[in-house]
Design a binder for this molecule. Structure first.
Ligand code: ZN
Ligand code: ZN
Length: 158
């Protein structure tokens, strides 16, 4: 598949699943290692790892496209476009996008995702954690309040 076909594909997914046009550039980038796709905040362009398509096929790649389009549309409409934002998680679930930018297997240097958060009982401040920790050992950095730990219903890449 060439870049032109990818561009048309992303435009179509954007119209069909988001009801909005994709007005920027989508290209394949073979140099992407651990990630299936990337969204560029400055140029608003999207890159897709061609190995994603070769390894997982069209259906899985379309989920990555949807993931990147979630970043794209939320960023352009000034809503929460980061993985941890409620807007992002809601839209991603709605369109059925992949949970990760990085979905390719077999990397040696896999970055640990966030799986937990420490939440302050007093002020509600949240701190992401990659490992399960004992909340009694920590205090809120903002108000020194007591914390409790909660597993994320969503695994977040760092
Ligand atoms: Zn992402
Ligand atoms: Zn606090």
């Amino acid at each position: 598949m060439d870049n032109e076909t990818l561009q048309a594909w992303v435009e179509q997914v954007s119209r069909d699943s988001f009801g909005r046009p994709f007005l920027h550039q989508a290209t394949f980038n073979r140099r992407l290692r651990s990630t299936g796709g990337r969204y560029f905040m400055r140029s608003h362009d999207i890159e897709i790892n061609p190995k994603q398509l070769e390894t997982f096929g069209r259906e899985e790649t379309e989920k990555i496209i949807k993931h990147e389009l979630c970043h794209y549309h939320l960023h352009l409409t000034k809503r929460g476009y980061r993985h941890q934002d409620a807007d992002f998680q809601r839209l991603l679930a709605e369109v059925g996008g992949s949970r990760y930018c990085s979905a390719l297997p077999g990397q040696t240097k896999r970055v640990q995702p966030y799986r937990y958060k420490l939440v302050c009982r007093s002020c509600g401040m949240e701190y992401l954690r990659k490992r399960k920790v004992n909340p009694a050992k920590y205090a809120c950095g903002k108000c020194r309040g007591k914390l409790f730990i909660k597993m994320l219903d969503f695994v977040l890449e760092p």
